[in-house]
Design a binder for this molecule. Structure first.
Ligand code: SF4
Length: 237
């Protein structure tokens, strides 16, 4: 694992070499919409999530129409994304639960609860998971949280920002939140997931063209030439 100073260098490289992702309207989405967006965003990059969210927000009359639509209809908006059935099911499930408990499609009341209580409230929804809570905390509730999906975990471990043996999400998030300033949390999340989608694939990562290769332990090890063992001389025993 990288030392503290090295980790800071890696973080600086992510900000200086990673692609700057325009924040667009995502930063201003209300809490409820941010929940839907997070379901689109987990495991992918901003570009794909933006398309899927736009398709949902503009392709239906309102959120109630999304709620009463079939999984298949929602899936059509998630074109090109992984696990579309699961995402579509969670979106409908979340809207249904919200509607049954509040008879509305808004969650601005969470701003009054304070970050800790608001995150706790969100976690009670069946469709919620750790990523969703951290995403909404980071983007809407004004808290410091780094959402961890599998691409973020993969790349932070390969870079050496997180110890390979660390498995607990809370522990990993704690280490990353300690390293990344709150004001840079969203930028970190966007930059890291863009690199994961473009270069740091699960199998066969594109290390030779990755902008972070000079900081990446895993990438450097992959690119090291394999030493050939000397050929045995003829007749030698
Ligand atoms: S160098 Fe390779 S392993 Fe390291 S972050 Fe880039 S793609 Fe991933």
């Amino acid at each position: 694992m990288a030392t503290g100073i090295n980790k800071q260098k890696i973080v600086s490289a992510i900000f200086s070499k990673g692609k700057k992702i325009p924040q667009g309207e995502v930063t201003t989405l209300p809490v409820m919409e941010q929940v839907i967006y997070s379901i689109c965003r987990e495991g992918t990059c901003a570009e794909l999530a933006d398309k899927a969210y736009k398709s949902l927000a503009e392709g239906f009359f309102d959120w109630n129409e999304v709620r009463v639509s079939s999984t298949r209809e929602i899936e059509d908006c998630l074109h090109g994304m992984s696990r579309p059935i699961e995402r579509a099911t969670r979106i409908i499930q979340f809207l249904q639960e919200l509607f049954e408990t509040t008879y509305s499609f808004e969650m601005e009341f969470l701003h009054k609860k304070g970050v800790k209580q608001a995150t706790k409230h969100l976690s009670r929804y069946q469709a919620a998971n750790d990523y969703l809570g951290a995403w909404v905390t980071q983007r809407s509730l004004g808290g410091h949280a780094i959402p961890l999906d599998s691409p973020t975990l993969r790349i932070t471990k390969r870079l050496g920002l997180v110890d390979k043996s660390q498995e607990e999400t809370a522990e990993i998030r704690g280490s990353l939140e300690h390293l990344i300033p709150k004001a840079k949390g969203a930028e970190f999340t966007d930059a890291i997931s863009q690199i994961a989608v473009e270069f740091c694939h699960d199998s066969n990562p594109r290390c030779p063209t990755c902008p972070l290769v000079s900081e990446c332990q895993y990438g450097k090890a992959r690119l090291k030439p394999v030493k050939k063992s000397p050929k045995a001389k003829p007749g030698a025993k």
